[in-house]
Ligand binder design. Structure first.
Ligand SMILES: [Zn+2]
Length: 82
């Protein structure tokens, strides 16, 4: 997917919840850790989506495309509202 802001290619990834304490985005399909800390997110080239993203990962997730340059994530919500 091309970024609608800058036109560059966006990275495929997924957004994961953390036991009601925030969420984060990780590139690709893999889940490299189960205990979530900002350090683990950074090591996996992920993006924390809350200041208090710490806890155990929730495996249900949504696909999101990340533009590293613009720092934007785009989610197609249609498949998650059924
Ligand atoms: Zn962009």
């Amino acid at each position: 997917m091309d970024c609608p802001y800058c036109g560059k290619d966006m990275k495929y990834g997924k957004i994961y919840g953390v036991n009601g304490k925030g969420a984060f985005w990780l590139p690709g399909d893999s889940i490299p850790f189960h205990i979530v800390t900002h350090k683990n997110i950074d090591k996996s080239n992920g993006v924390a989506l809350a200041k208090t993203t710490v806890g155990f990962i929730v495996t249900d997730n949504a696909v999101g495309y990340h533009c590293i340059g613009c720092k934007k994530i785009i989610i197609d919500v249609e498949e998650y509202i059924k």
